[in-house]
Structure formats: C-alpha cells, structure tokens
Write a new protein. Structure first.
Length: 284
C-alpha cells in the first residue's frame, strides 16, 4: 500500500502539466481580496531534491521540468509556463535547478496571509518529510497524517466559502479510481461552488481510460479536461505515457491559457510522434 514515492517522479512531464494547471487556478483565486482555502488530499513530501536520492535513480525530471527550465528565458515561452517557472525559481538560486516544489510548496508560497492550506498525507515516510519541511511555518498551513479522501468530508465547505480542492492520489490501487469518483460526488454535494482539480495518469489500464468521461457526468456544464501524452504506450503496457487534469468549476480564462501552452509542451516535451494533447471544456 505504501510503495509509491513521488520522489522517483518529481518534475516529470506529468508534474509539469499538473503544476501548470495548479498555478493558473491559484492565480485566479488570488485575483479577489477574499480569503480562500486550498485542500490537498495527497500532498507528498513538499519539495524534492533533483540532484540526489530517488530523482537521480529515475531521471524522469530530465524529460519534464529540465526541458522547460532550459527555455525559461525564451521571450516566446507561453505565459502559463512562465508562471510555473517563476514558482520553481522561488526554490532555487541562480541557473542551477536542484529543488522541485511539489504541490504543497507551490500552494504555500502562493497563498497570502489569511488564506489557509490543509494538507493530507498518509504515507509514513512522505508525511514525516512533509512535517519536517513545514516545521517552521506557524500559520496558514495545517498537516493531517490521514487519508485525504476521508478527511476531505470534514472540511467542506471551507469557512470562507471559497476554495480549491486538489485530488492527486497515486492510483496504485484500482480502488483509487472509484474513490476519486465517489469523493468528487460527495464533495460537490457539500461545496458545489468550489474548484476541484483532479489529476490522473495515462497508463494501460481500463480504469484510467474511463475516468475522464465518468468525471464529466458528475459536473455537466462546469468542467475542463486537459491531457498531455508524451509517447506511445510501451509494448509491455508498463509506464506512464501521459497524464491529465480534470477541473470542475474552472476559471473561464483557463481554456485559452492552456491552448497557448499545450502545443509548446507537445513539441518540447514529447518523446515520439504519438505525443499529443487534448483540451476540451463544457462551461455554461
């Protein structure tokens, strides 16, 4: 149950897509003065060292954030990718890319005094890393060593009635797909106006293929779906060939922002001629 370690995958192509979307959702919420909550159901360790440990064993960041980092000074880099680079630069100095911020770190460094970040992490090693990373943070961040699916029920709606829920399980178990659907359905009943961002992997598994269409049925007229495929499915069916983000109650500007960024990602992060993106929305 606890074999997944995000450090192996930190900064890969899936993180680039996920965090590009996440930064844009946070930027939208920050446009109003009213406070909001961010709830992250599967937080991970917070920040990852790309020059040691798990990241060097997998090398996945080389095919993701390192490719984007190499173009960070390009004048024609799409705006959404510039915004992501700015958040990565907060954790690094000079030209060297060593630290990659996970979702909790990006969320924490973007929030204002008065906003609140609630993080859930059940993995024993990841939760210890998360507690250590935020040990000196006195306000604005609360960490729960608990199941984020279950914990989410008790904090919706958030007191400000504004919020972003980030649902990002490892999908090690087939049950995770079912729990994502059930959690979103229950959460929308409690907090229908919230923004929900659900990440999912593109892998050779039926549950992954079906998930986007199943999510659409839960939020008709209020969703955006984006996916980035970087390569063909491996012959043995193993590995991640792409990923997607499904957003409920997205900002109306998100579609056009991603439409500018996705062709760049396909061209610069894509591995073979199967690289492609999907961008679709139903926003009534």
């Amino acid at each position: 149950m606890f074999s997944y370690r995000h450090g192996f995958h930190a900064g890969n192509h899936a993180d680039v897509l996920k965090h590009t979307v996440l930064v844009q959702l946070l930027e939208h919420l920050l446009q109003k003065d009213k406070a909001f909550w961010v709830i992250d159901t599967h937080a991970g360790g917070g920040v990852y060292d790309l020059l040691s440990g798990y990241a060097t064993k997998s090398g996945e960041a080389q095919g993701g954030i390192h490719k984007l980092w190499a173009h960070r000074k390009d004048r024609d880099l799409p705006a959404a990718l510039k915004d992501l680079i700015e958040q990565v630069e907060v954790c690094n100095t000079g030209d060297q890319l060593r630290w990659y911020p996970g979702s909790p770190q990006i969320e924490a460094q973007m929030l204002r005094p008065g906003d609140h970040l609630r993080l859930y992490e059940l993995h024993p090693t990841e939760s210890r890393a998360l507690l250590t990373h935020f040990a000196d943070v006195k306000r604005g961040v609360s960490i729960q060593i608990a199941d984020g699916f279950a914990g989410l029920k008790g904090c919706l709606p958030p007191p400000p009635k504004r919020g972003l829920v980030h649902i990002d399980p490892p999908y090690e178990l087939k049950e995770d797909y079912r729990r994502v659907l059930n959690t979103l359905k229950e959460s929308l009943a409690r907090f229908p106006t919230g923004t929900y961002a659900i990440w999912y992997p593109q892998v050779a598994r039926r549950e992954a293929d079906l998930l986007p269409e199943q999510l659409k049925k839960l939020a008709p007229g209020k969703w955006l779906h984006v996916s980035l495929r970087v390569r063909a499915t491996a012959r043995d069916g193993l590995g991640l060939h792409g990923s997607g983000m499904f957003v409920v109650n997205p900002p109306w500007t998100l579609y056009d922002t991603l439409a500018e960024a996705l062709p760049w990602l396909v061209e610069n992060i894509g591995i073979d001629d199967h690289a492609a993106y999907v961008l679709e929305a139903d926003i009534q």
